[in-house]
Design a protein around this ligand. Sequence first.
Ligand code: FES
Ligand SMILES: [Fe+2]
Length: 341
Amino acid sequence: MIQTSPKTQIFNHPDRFIEGWYWLLRCRDLRVGQVKAVSLLGRNLAVYRTIKGNVVAMDAYCPHMGAHLAEGRVEGESLRCFFHNWKFTADGHCADIPCLEKKLPIKLQTWPVKEAYGLIWLWTGTDPKLPLPFAPELEEEAVDAQVSKIFIKECHPNVVMVNAIDAHHFNTVHNFPVEIKFKSDIINPNVITFNNITKGGEDSWFVRLIKPLYKEEATYNMCYWYGSVGTVTLGPDFLHFYIMFALRMLENGKTEGATILMTKRRPGLLGWLFNQFVLFVTALVGNYFAKGDTQIFKTIKFNLKTPIWADQSILEFIHHVEHQQGLTWGSWHSIDIKQNS
Ligand code: FES
Ligand SMILES: [Fe+2]
């Protein structure tokens, strides 16, 4: 045993999550002039696309009498409540009350939103402190991306996330012939990376087979954003694959996730065709990844009671999660946590 099991206040907590970007809807599921009810992390929202094509997310219930604003209709850049027709602008101000001449100083809470990778994302605070998640190698790149899957898991998003850095399970579940080792780097308080630094393994035919494809270590890098979005970078030196797993917590600490395949945008029709092929292969890689653990996620009651050296990366992840800004399910109020270290 290398450490005692950590006492956690955010990690794997069914009523807490980290302030960050979370996906709401697929972009294509919100057409111009459409409004939808979305429940995110215990909060009910009305999300609409304005006539100019912008997405607006606001708290769901009308400040007049509590009607759900997703029953309403989009009017230009604003949203009109179905019940008594009060109108709210994209920044939440009440702009019109049909039976009242003067305006009331009422403002609905709205939330910052962005569209990327085929999804609409929402920042769960008032002021986004981070860019949208990206794979580090693609930071400066335009990307082609596809949402390949929306999925549910029976366990907490943090628990799904640590699977990708659970060193020993690569041998036991995914039949890897070498012991995997990671090196972690904290990029900023909300972003941590784990890069594969595994050496050796030449006595395995598998390692001998793939050895000519890379210089130092085979690329397998994880980059985590606020404990809920993980980007995987993997593959031989000449072609890296990128998969983003964007998770959000459901009631009772379960997970709904989106798998996003991405690659660097390549010019021209040939570039586009090549990218379709790359994304197709990326999907196969992603499926292979996800397959072995499915059953575990259905029944696990995560409790790292007995950490050993092979669980080091998981402990580092937990530590990193615990030092981020926690928010409460539903209210999205900040949680004040007294840190021990
Ligand atoms: S409840 Fe919305 S206008 Fe009355
Ligand atoms: Fe796995």
